[in-house]
Design a protein around this ligand. Structure first.
Ligand SMILES: NC(=O)c1ccc[n+]([C@@H]2O[C@H](COP(=O)([O-])OP(=O)(O)OC[C@H]3O[C@@H](n4cnc5c(N)ncnc54)[C@H](OP(=O)(O)O)[C@@H]3O)[C@@H](O)[C@H]2O)c1
Length: 172
């Protein structure tokens, strides 16, 4: 059993917005660097829409797992660095297998559907809250509401643009 060994990482605006028209509405170089640094060498778990938002290009130096009910459209996922899983159980099985083999961690990297789905398996989150409000069509407000009683530790700020929190589940 994987327990709660997954980590989450997300950037959102004050209203929980994470995307508009298939893209993240802001550019924050420091946040991208932090994302790369934390997830490098690890498993990254994402939904089909997030994978498509990356032009169907797996993230380098990471073991990419893409969740989708259907295989059509992502048949190019044949590299050992990027695999398709059709359900949450197979994602968890595969992630655990890679984590044990490679002695690495696993990060849930979005989008909103996937954060919500995997929340019960997530031990801690890195949440970057950008200061400005954005128009959006995807948000994680529901997931953030469920994390209200988690421990929110402010780590640092990117100037006045964003604040990064490490958010840890209460009572494990
Ligand atoms: N700001 C951030 O930090 C951040 C991070 C990541 C992503 N994003 C943005 O978020 C947006 C996408 O988020 P989203 O919530 O719309 O989509 P998503 O979570 O990336 O993907 C949703 C898809 O995942 C698959 N899926 C969901 N539950 C499943 C289940 N139980 N079993 C099998 N497959 C399942 C389905 O694919 P099928 O329809 O193929 O079955 C579903 O359409 C993108 O625009 C991206 O840029 C932002």
């Amino acid at each position: 059993m994987i327990g709660r060994m997954l980590h989450g990482i997300v950037a959102c605006d004050p209203n929980g917005v994470i995307a508009v028209n298939g893209e993240i509405p802001w550019t924050l170089k420091e946040d991208v660097q932090m994302f790369k640094h934390l997830t490098a060498g690890n498993v990254v778990i994402m939904g089909r829409k997030t994978y498509e938002s990356m032009n169907c290009e797996p993230l380098k130096n990471r073991y990419n797992i893409v969740l989708s009910h259907k295989k059509e459209g992502i048949v190019e996922l044949i590299s050992p660095w990027c695999i398709h899983c059709p359900d949450i159980c197979s994602v968890i099985r595969k992630a655990q297998e890679i984590m044990e083999l490679q002695r690495c961690g696993a990060w849930v990297i979005g989008g909103a559907e996937i954060y919500s789905l995997f929340l019960p398996y997530i031990e801690s989150f890195y949440v970057t809250r950008v200061s400005e409000e954005y128009e959006g069509d995807v948000d994680i407000q529901e997931t953030l509401d469920k994390m209200r009683d988690w421990k929110w530790n402010e780590l640092f700020s990117f100037k006045n643009l964003a604040t990064v929190y490490r958010v840890v589940r209460n009572n494990g």
